[in-house]
Design a protein around this ligand. Structure first.
Ligand SMILES: Cc1ncc(COP(=O)(O)O)c(C=O)c1O
Length: 491
């Protein structure tokens, strides 16, 4: 895993000052020529600079190149595509494109088709739901997951609970928000008897950018766990090589990787693990035959068994187009670029000081550039140490045309540790009927409605970091914010 994660500075050279280009043109990063990304930004993503945007929410959603849209549209304009559930010529044309996209997904992740199946879903959440609802949880089985997980993974505990399986959370350590590696074996070895046990964790945290070790997959397998790797926040800027790592299930949203299209995700699943799943229903598309006078249905083989209804067949060709863009650029190139820029953004925040020398920002998660991705959670601080209201940060960022994310980013576990919210606080302070988020934040005594998240991606550049650093400087010696801030919305 570390092999594809070069340190941000080549040969131990000192880093440039925050917000300053590392080298002329910023084209070489940790020994990798990343100049192709500047060309891409100037051409295929010219709309960003035309509109003066600093886009720092790649973990929320990736951005698409204009050429992706053109190529997709040309393909749709030049053909006639019917519903793939038939065998007529237009249906066959759609099927061919869908199967090409499927094969391309497998090859992008270096997954052998003999070993892995690629199942198209509406998004990563759809992939996670497929596993959760069909995993054969029974009484005595275990669902183990890290505190640091997206709510779409947390939600699987409801399926586990309904079937009598026990859910256990592996805590994150305050500060770094990593898992105590010495503690993990205690959880993994706690598997009494012959059971179906599922362990779920994110390859990269959508909250803190922490990259949890892929080595856990083998450790968990050694103790009989099936492993669900949520790779949604990892794969846009990191290589996931399924010829090396063998999770049973992997969840992905393609818009996070290359922006277009939305509405398509994927469950990559090992064929032997898929065979364990027990779908709770059947639907159009998932069966070979079903009868009405006799309650019998025959499931379709392979991926079709898990693809409910009509797949998003007009969007699937855009998956192949997007993957080809990433291949042309090189995922290692993107990885190197966001590592370099992310380290500078982190430095910019950590070195931000008020006149009295006190910190003007606090980071939630790792403060060094090792085993982490370019997703950085933080808050600005007033000189007296109070957290700057995140709604004011939103407003100030908008004035700079900066797109950030605020709140808890659908990852409450990481947030609870970051903000040291105890279980007792949560149990005592129920989110009551008719309460607003503002009421709740006050009730449990939080200093703000959450963190700020800056995340980098495909065409992030030096100028983005420089403009972010200018924006961040506005918080130096800020003693108060206006009172007219809007109500908070849910996370
Ligand atoms: C780590 C992680 N998992 C799952 C999801 C859910 O993705 P989607 O909303 O596309 O289903 C996200 C979305 O941000 C995420 O970052």
């Amino acid at each position: 895993m570390t092999a594809t994660r070069p340190e941000p500075t080549a040969g131990g050279e000192p880093r440039a000052a925050p917000g300053e280009p590392q080298a002329a043109g910023g084209e070489r990063t940790a020994g990798v020529d990343t100049g192709i990304l500047d060309e891409l930004r100037a051409t295929d993503f010219a709309r960003l600079d035309r509109g003066g945007h600093v886009y720092l929410d790649y973990t929320g959603g990736g951005l698409y190149a204009q050429s992706q849209l053109r190529e997709h549209l040309e393909l749709l304009e030049s053909g006639v595509f019917g519903n793939p559930h038939s065998i007529n010529p237009t249906s066959a044309a759609s099927t061919e494109l869908a199967e090409r996209a499927r094969a391309h997904v497998l090859s992008f992740f270096r997954a052998s088709p003999d070993e892995y199946e690629a199942i198209f879903t509406p998004n990563a959440t759809g992939a996670l739901r497929l596993v959760g609802e069909a995993y054969p949880f029974h009484r005595g089985d275990r669902f183990l997951l890290t505190f640091d997980n997206h709510n779409s993974v947390n939600g699987i505990r409801e399926f586990a609970r309904a079937r009598g399986a026990r859910t256990t959370y592996v805590p994150s350590v305050p500060g770094d928000l990593r898992v105590d590696e010495a503690l993990l074996p205690r959880y993994l070895t706690d598997t009494p008897g012959d059971h179906h046990n599922l362990f779920a964790y994110p390859a990269q945290s959508n909250f803190s950018g922490v990259q949890h070790p892929l080595e856990w997959i083998e450790q968990a397998h050694a103790h009989g766990w099936d492993v669900l790797l949520d790779a949604a926040a990892h794969v846009p800027t990191n290589r996931l090589d399924l010829s090396r790592w063998k999770p049973d299930f992997v969840s992905i949203s393609f818009y996070k990787m290359f922006g277009w299209p939305t509405g398509v995700g994927c469950l990559l699943a090992r064929r032997d693990a898929l065979a364990k799943l027990e779908r709770p229903w059947f639907s159009g598309g998932t069966i070979v035959a079903a009868f009405v006078q006799r309650e019998y249905h025959q499931s379709a083989p392979g991926a079709a068994h898990f693809e409910d209804g009509t797949i998003n067949y007009l969007s699937l060709p855009a998956i192949e187009i997007g993957l080809r863009l990433l291949e042309r650029v090189g995922i290692e190139t993107i990885h190197a670029r966001v590592g370099e820029l992310g380290a500078r953004l982190l430095d910019a925040l950590m070195s931000l000081r008020h006149a009295d020398g006190s910190p003007a920002a606090t980071i939630y998660g790792p403060r060094s550039w090792s085993q982490r991705g370019a997703t950085i959670a933080f808050n600005f601080l007033h000189p007296d140490g109070r957290v700057v209201d995140e709604r004011y940060v939103d407003r100030a960022a908008a004035a700079h045309d900066i797109s950030l994310r605020t709140g808890c980013f659908c990852n409450p576990g990481a947030g609870e540790v970051a903000f040291t919210i105890s279980r007792r606080t949560l149990v005592g302070g129920e989110f009551g009927e008719g309460m607003t988020l503002d009421d709740y934040v006050r009730r449990i005594g939080l200093p703000s409605g959450g963190a700020i998240r800056a995340s980098l991606g495909l065409v992030s550049n030096s100028e983005d970091i420089r403009r972010f650093a200018d924006f961040a400087a506005e918080f130096v010696d800020l003693t108060a914010v206006p009172a007219d801030l809007p109500p908070r919305r849910g996370c």
